[in-house]
Design a protein around this ligand. Sequence first.
Ligand code: TYC
Length: 108
Amino acid sequence: MTDHPHDDGPGTSDGLLTKAKPKTKRPSMYKVLLLNDDYTPMEFVVMVLEQFFGKSRDEATNIMLEVHHKGVGICGVYSFDVAETKAMQVVEQARQNQHPLQCTIEKE
Ligand code: TYC
């Protein structure tokens, strides 16, 4: 491959040996963070991590325990739209079950 999308170097495609400004950017990635609270059952948090973030029971349990002990933990890293949607779905699922679980996103 000669035409790398992230390297518009000299003489890329216009036939003139000029230095073109790169036109493409890698999309920013966003961490989905789970926050600890005193009320949401551990089992519910594990279920959320399996359901929305594709974690195995073991991975989900480890992340849940990290959040429980440290206050915050990373569920995954996604493009903005995917991260925003997952965080919304988690908070909505918690709300429907009367749990105060909070989930937010942070630019990497
Ligand atoms: N701290 C909660 C409890 O003791 C469990 C919990 C873990 C809640 C992770 C939220 O993001 C969380 N029941």
